[in-house]
Design a binder for this molecule. Sequence first.
Ligand code: GAL
Ligand code: MG
Length: 974
Amino acid sequence: MTDDPLIALRPWEAPEVTSWGRLPMNAVDRRSGVLPLDGDWRFQLLPAPDAPVGGSWSSAYVPGAWTVQGTDDLPRYTNVRMPFPEYPPHSPAANPTGVYEREVDVPAEWAGRRIVLQVGAAESVLLVHVDGRPVGVSKDSHLAAEFDLTGRVRVGARSVVRLTVIKWSDASHIEDQDQWWHGGITRSVLLYATDPLHLADVTVRASGSGKLRVDCRARDAGGALPEGWYVSGELEGQPLTQDEEFDRFNAEDERVSDFLGEARLRTVVEDVRTWNAETPELYSLTVRLHRADGTVADTSRHRTGFRDVEITGRDLLVNGERIFVRGVNRHDFHPLTGRTVSYDDMRADLITLKRFGFNAIRTSHYPNDPALYDLADELGFYVVDEADIESHDHAHEIADDPRYLHAFVDRVSRMVLRDKNHPSVVIWSLGNESDYGANHDAAAGWVRRHDPTRPIQYEGAAKLDWADPSVASDIACPMYASLEECVAHALSGRQTKPLIWCEYSHAMGNSNGTLADHWAAIESTPGLQGGFIWEFWDHGILQHVNDGRPVGRGGVGLHDNGVAAPGHRWAYGGDFGELLHDGAFIADGVVFPDRTPKPVMFEHREIAAPVRIECFRHEGIVLGNHQHFRGLAWLTGDWELSLADGRTLTSPAELPDLRPGETAAVPLPFELPEEGGEAWLTLRVTTAGDEPWATRGTVVCLPQVRLREAVPQAPVMLKNRSVEVDGDGLLVHPLLTCAPTLSLWRAPTDNDELGGMAPRWRDWGLDALVRKVTDVRQSPGQVTVHAEYACEAGVVRHLQVFTAVEGAIHVAESAELPDELDDVARVGSVFETVAGLDLMEWYGQGPWESYPDRAFGAPVGHHSVPVDELFTPYLRPQESGGRHGVRHFTLSAPDATGLAVVLDEPRQVGVSRYRAADLTGVTHHDELVPRAGCVVHIDAAHRGLGTASCGPDTTASYLVAPGVHRWSWTLRAL
Ligand code: GAL
Ligand code: MG
């Protein structure tokens, strides 16, 4: 039997207990005058919360998860299912419990002051003791807990603070988010001191009209409020006015309670510079609580943005404008710490997002680190702030379980109390994937009363009926609903709420097919306003390959190219020995674990382009400003004319002064040369000066228009030259180590696997086609080879006609797919080259990776990329590195020898160091052994990528149909 009342209460199995002894959440700024307690703490990991604390201590760093700090309790990944079988509210008997302890020296000058301990975040139950005496309990793993230590810590002397963190609890069942399970104190710990009579909360309302209202509450730790105290405020140095009507500090006012004072300050800012994500104008606001003699007892500093958020009809408006929400879902993630993120990390995340055209973040699926919101205010993002509630595995039971009622209201209300003053927060989210029940309505009711200024969203409620006004969601915020279904809803006449996907375009592996089609529809369909891509991060934890341990804080092994350094790898589910796990489903972000952007980011940047080429008319190029609030003065540009014959002409561009939504024609910057073939004009738009998120000259977008089409050229056959094939009808060529054969297979992407396509392809045997030559015919200058490729689904007839042409071999091919093969990965040729060809140069779309349904905005031009860098190192190796719309390319050695290929029309080309079989044979990037030569795919047709790992597959137009496919190309030595 324990004599510790906090343990005796068994709070880890009591959902009704959300806290004990915890101070109310508030939005008062406590950043100055704090005593940080971050650093190494004494630490021991107990096997269960009620196990006795032993005498032997190691140490653990705070903030941090112990799961990446050398303990035997390692990270685990499960998506929906709980990692233990116990039914809510129970948790397993084996329940790692971290005991953190350290001495704290409270400065003597804090005598007489109220002393508060703040624990930034602890998962999932926190118990606090000071000098062996119980202080409090808290749950809610992603929000801070504060405890009043006045009279509990010794002032001017040393006290021992113990923080006990219990990993599994009733709360774990409502923190069942799709991410790694960790344990520990993942945000900073600190002490601060206030006057006993202190600011208890500050609520700022600043509207787009320039009206500011600041509601302040004061509380006296000791009891009654003394007479004569008051509150003052200033905005950018200008004093605010007291709202006498509301002043409840005055003793004559009978409404004054004796322990709580309230005051309201106001002002109106003339010609206010409103806040929006494009021009995030902030004003500094200071609120002070004064003693009767005028001296300052407490101060809170804020940065305020004046803006309005409202829903009118089915439009979400910011400052009256119907904005597009170009969002992403973001977790607090780091490949070394697992969960703990620094200010610099978050700033780098947001800068990356800004640079790639994002303007919105959903804090999936819990309130993120507080600094994220400051950064979002400052850099300009619309934030959907989401409460820490996901009961995915037991959603239905918990949504209406009264034992969890208080936890729901507690979590939602604490988030709102903390984040209400951030202009960036435009929508509150009640949580994620927790079904829909009375507990949600209770939480929604609290928010509606406390903060009527912002809409609420909750997917679990909205999905009952996107148009139903009675459910707790002001937004129709579907998850992975098909574009077709969303467009149909918008056109149905039934729509009552803005439609903004809370999750769409699942970014697992080589993915995000049809993103541009989504945006074409969003921008042209009233009622559709955007969405949040799932998700920002690939949550690969950096792991030592030799012993399987996480590298942990301060470790090395990070590169900046998406690949873990030698001897390391990005761990995903199962890599820490977990038997129950969901594998690589944790790696589904638009950036790699080291924040290297994946190719989809470049496409997103173009989709979000603020300046676009609308069209090319005789009078010139029509440019449009696609922003909501900003002119074009912050941008500048260069024109680039790219001709198929290899020439690129450039000239500086002058951007017209366009207001949002305006267009104007500018003269064509070049006289189009008569010769040169296909011609493309690109406007390279860059920042004209330094932006907070980009230095001057940073590329913002590359809009493009075709000025002249290609004229097809028929190759001239040379009958006096010969073409050599071997006894199997395979082309013999000095630069090829494997002759061109037919390929219908790609190393399955995550979408191919989880969407069920790859299993079909394997059943059909597309990964192991058996080639049989049926006929070889030679004529002067030409060889015709008929072959059959047998698989389970039938026989594919393949024809190759090799013809000698001037300095080259022309290869004309056709393949006839039986009707059974109604959805294959590709139809095309694959061959391999000699070693030493290290550089690919091409005319076509690029330079980044592109696929048929993810090829928007990759400009057509002359591109040059080392072969090793063409490959995209998706965490689970798969088809990667393709380039769409390639017209011709070379593969060359440093001495400029090599080969050149000219294609009959723009085609999907893949050049890699790996065969498809090399990629499918391994599970992690570090196992791959690059080949010396190049593996080259030229595709007549290549299947789109889609997003079927968790969402819609690609659409019909990107599928590879059965029947006859024809393609041709010429191969020449350089
Ligand atoms: C959603 C969920 C996310 C994540 C995603 C798949 O259903 O809200 O947390 O699991 O699917 O990656
Ligand atoms: Mg989930």
